[in-house]
Design a protein around this ligand. Structure first.
Ligand code: 1GP
Length: 247
């Protein structure tokens, strides 16, 4: 079974924890990963950030591999972060109109990924709502938070282009997570799994995103400042999964 099948295809909903190599040292990561290992509802660890350009991603992943029992998936901000992990989200920033992030970085990174023998998961990546580090660095405009029809059309196009996942992101540390209205509009229109992230920091935030149709939620900033939040998010995931079994 490959990482895509293992992490994103099971019927059960799950969550992933995002570690930014710019913000977290291997020592800080160690404590977090001990918790990650112990929580069943966590399906994967994502590693990446908007600004990381040196070899800190590679060093962090090499370290994490020695302690983490979950799949480690690269979530790169740019081609410089490409290094050996269990898989890479091969992101095309389909909410934007910057060719560099639609296909440019990919051409540079693809031979490298192939040589590493790493699984690439084609992902239609959509920024929604407020401007963020990622929208700034990628020089793209996020989709408006109040236009579910535009988000839906973008996700449908992303699936038609062959993406195996759609990842909707309000941006790292967003003030507000993506609305249930937008998540519902997108989830009902696509048949590939939907990842939702950005600004999710409570049981309620996670539950709303999953009930609205998210398959997997991503928790970054909230876990960096308070790792106990992982247990709260795990109970939201487990409650939603139980409700799905009963219905
Ligand atoms: C950002 O979706 C991720 O790309 C996670 O966002 O750090 O706000 O949880 P947070």
């Amino acid at each position: 079974m490959n990482v895509y099948q293992q992490v994103f295809l099971p019927k059960n909903k799950s969550f992933a924890v995002l570690i930014d190599p710019d913000k977290v040292t291997p020592n800080q990561a160690k404590a977090l990963i001990e918790q990650v290992n112990s929580i069943n509802e966590i399906s994967a660890l994502l590693v990446g950030g908007s600004l990381v350009g040196d070899d800190s991603t590679e060093k962090l992943i090499q370290f994490i591999k020695t302690v983490c029992h979950k799949p480690i998936i690269l979530f790169p901000g740019n081609v410089n972060q490409v290094c050996k992990a269990d898989a890479i989200l091969f992101l095309s920033l389909i909410s934007g109109r910057n060719p560099e992030y639609l296909i440019g970085q990919h051409v540079i990174g693809a031979p490298l990924i192939k040589n590493l023998g790493m699984e690439a998961i084609a992902t239609g990546y959509m920024l929604v709502g407020e401007s963020s580090s990622t929208s700034y660095v990628s020089n793209t405009t996020p989709l408006p938070a109040t236009k579910p029809d535009l988000a839906q059309a973008t996700a449908i196009a992303g699936e038609m282009l062959g993406n195996a996942l759609i990842y909707m992101d309000a941006g790292s540390g967003a003030h507000k997570p993506i609305s249930e209205e937008i998540i519902k509009a997108v989830a009902q229109a696509i048949s590939v799994p939907l990842i939702v992230g950005g600004g999710i920091r409570s049981y309620e935030d996670a539950k709303k995103a999953l009930i609205a149709g998210g398959h997997c939620v991503v928790i970054g900033n909230a876990a960096e400042s308070n790792s106990a939040i992982l247990y709260e998010i795990a109970s939201a995931v487990s409650d939603v999964n139980q409700a799905l079994v009963l219905n």
